[in-house]
Ligand binder design. Structure first.
Ligand code: GLV
Length: 333
């Protein structure tokens, strides 16, 4: 049976599932990700790794893990591991699609609502004793009901956000690599070019995976095209935007505000200018962080490892090893 390294304490039955399949499980005990040297050491003896978005597994680390057959990322995104590099080395890479879309959409909507109605600014002031009276001009925000939402990236999370927006009678524009006629029909969303979407949206929410094509997708030009009151919401990855361009757009009031669950880097250093801007709300990459969802993610990640170590194709593969390690028959590819 195999040896599995889990890079952090995980919720739910993830470890139990691995152990029930007969594997030895070694869980990194720290609250912070294992440093590179510790990861290197652990991976050199592991058949499977259950990893987080905070673990960067580059070519050298993977190449130094001769027994490793599967990297199972407990996340839907997998920009921390190059699927092609893993495939060349004969290592499966898996993720956790589906189970976190609704929870992430809840968070995107929470951020949108909070930024629109200045929940964080007013709460901060209230705690600091700033609540003097009901004010006819205090903390005026924007209506979400009936406003226009621009969704960039209409995958499962973007779609889940659109469903919520319908409940607020929003006009919903979306931009995606491929048009999604079935979603247009189901949810009444309208496909728009990027320029058209940015010019029309009161709220812009981004839901693309981080890939070479989406890195810095939103920069000076795109922020410049947004409406002056537009609120930008990011629950995807910090590097899908040019963060310096965002700071400038907020400072110059080119846009109205931003609500960010992801930044570049993470954590964002406390002296970063984004923290000094009142119209910015920042949360620590928690969009999938509900008890139930994180448990489902951990269990799904464990099952992907169990499958590979049993010689099966994992249910949530994002690559296809040229010749999967430890298997008599090679996978095609
Ligand atoms: C978290 O960021 C994920 O990709 O699941």
């Amino acid at each position: 049976m195999g040896h599995v390294f889990v890079t952090r304490t995980i919720p739910g039955r993830g470890v139990e599932i691995l152990q029930a399949a007969g594997h030895t499980v070694d869980v990194w005990p720290g609250d912070l990700p294992p440093p590179r040297a510790a990861l290197e050491r652990a991976l050199s003896a592991a058949d499977g790794a259950l990893t987080m978005v905070t673990d960067r597994l580059d070519r050298d680390l993977l190449a130094g893990a001769p027994r490793l057959r599967v990297v199972s990322n407990m996340a839907v995104g997998y920009d921390n591991v190059d699927p092609a590099v893993a495939a060349k080395l004969g290592i499966w890479l898996t993720n956790t699609p589906g189970v976190l879309a609704e929870t992430t959409a809840d968070m995107a909507f929470a951020l949108l609502l909070a930024a629109a109605r200045k929940v964080n600014e007013s709460e901060r002031d209230t705690r600091a004793g700033g609540w003097k009276t009901w004010s006819p001009t205090g903390y005026l925000g924007q209506d979400v009901f009936g406003a226009t939402l621009g969704i960039i990236g209409m995958g499962e999370i973007g779609t889940a956000v659109a469903r919520r927006a319908r409940g607020f009678s929003m006009r919903i524009l979306y931009h995606n690599r491929k048009r999604r006629p079935e979603i247009e029909e189901e949810l009444g969303v309208e496909y728009a070019g990027m320029d058209e979407l940015l010019a029309a949206a009161d709220f812009v929410s981004v839901h693309v995976p981080l890939t070479p094509e989406t890195r810095q997708l939103i920069g000076h030009v795109e922020f410049g095209q947004m409406r002056p009151q537009a609120i930008f919401v990011n629950t995807a990855r910090g590097t899908v935007i040019d963060q310096d361009a965002l700071v400038e757009a907020l400072r110059s009031k080119t846009i109205g505000g931003a609500a960010l669950d992801v930044t570049d880097p993470e954590p964002l250093p406390i002296e970063h200018p984004l923290y000094s801007l009142p119209n910015v709300l920042i949360t620590p990459h928690i969009a999938s962080a509900s008890h139930a969802t994180r448990a489902r993610m951990a269990e799904m990640a464990a099952r992907n490892i169990v499958a590979v170590l049993a010689g099966e194709v994992p249910p949530n593969a994002v690559n296809k090893p040229f010749k999967a390690r430890g298997q008599a028959a090679s996978a095609e590819g």
